[in-house]
Design a protein around this ligand. Structure first.
Ligand code: AMP
Length: 261
């Protein structure tokens, strides 16, 4: 695995790979890698000659009162996991923005509801960094997790609207043995919070059996309200999936499941 921190070097390398006819698959992450990330690398390996994994904790997608500073950064462990998973390149830039950067990318339809409404500016940060990363990495394919369903929708819209020459692939949600969707933020949870967090996938799974999307939303809200340790931010049926965000203590968790009917 080659390790690169310079954007210029990464871009030169990517252009060289493309000139030599190699197909590049890209997996962007913020690190603190878990089996969900590794499953995306696996998917990428099946679809391309070269897999570029990026690790960048993007300051632009965190709000002022969010967890940018305390976001886990276990770099040595991530390096080993990326290598074992079969990434060809690990791209871990220190910074991706010019000191006086004055350009952003904003998607104005898909990004405004749900997580976009609750985390103002979040998707602008995501849209901008993903566009920068696509320009640096020059991927033919980029793999994102269905766990962040709205993020996938926003990115697909940007790719369509800006005619970006990249195919977006969605990887399925990886869960732990008790059903909680894997997330780098799960390590914030205390033992008790973890047990409470399990109510989220349980409620969504049960509610997804409902006869209509409206019923599914109502059932999920009802089931979640039974656990007073959860603070529900939203429950919404969108695009054939039942999506929700909750706070467990200070930790924000999101999840989604397919609606059954
Ligand atoms: P993050 O490092 O949290 O920004 O996530 C990087 C990528 O991994 C995103 O495309 C996420 O959607 C994806 N991802 C995060 N958690 C999971 C999971 N449990 N299963 C599959 N993909 C995931």
């Amino acid at each position: 695995m080659k390790f690169i921190t310079s954007s210029r070097q990464m871009q030169c390398e990517a252009l060289r790979l493309k000139r030599s006819g190699k197909k590049i698959a890209f997996v962007p992450t913020m690190g603190a890698l878990h089996a969900g990330h590794l499953s995306l690398i696996n998917l990428a390996r099946k679809r391309a000659d070269v897999v570029i994994l990026s690790i960048y904790v993007n300051p632009a997608q965190f709000g002022p009162r969010e967890d940018f500073k305390r976001y886990p950064r276990p770099f040595a462990q991530d390096y080993d996991l990326a290598k074992t998973a079969g990434a060809t390149y690990l791209f871990a830039p220190k910074n991706l923005y010019a000191a006086d950067a004055s350009t952003t990318v904003q998607e104005k339809q898909v990004a405004v509801s749900r997580c976009g409404e609750l985390r103002l500016g979040h998707f602008d940060g995501v849209a901008t960094v993903v566009t920068i990363l696509f320009n640096v990495v020059q991927p033919d394919i980029a793999v994102f997790g269905q766990k962040d369903a709205q993020q996938c929708d926003v990115i697909e819209r940007i790719v369509r609207d800006l005619h970006l020459p990249v195919k977006i692939l969605r990887g399925p949600i990886l869960r732990d043995a008790k059903g909680l969707a894997l997330s780098s933020r799960n390590q914030y949870l205390s033992g008790e919070e973890y047990e409470n967090a399990l109510s989220l996938p349980q409620a969504l799974k049960e509610a997804a059996k409902s006869l209509s999307p409206q019923r599914a939303e109502k059932t999920a809200r009802h089931l979640l309200s039974k656990n007073p340790q959860l603070c529900v931010q939203y429950v919404e049926a969108v695009g054939g999936r039942l999506c929700a965000a909750v706070m467990v203590g200070k930790t924000r968790l999101i999840d989604n499941v397919p609606l059954k009917r």
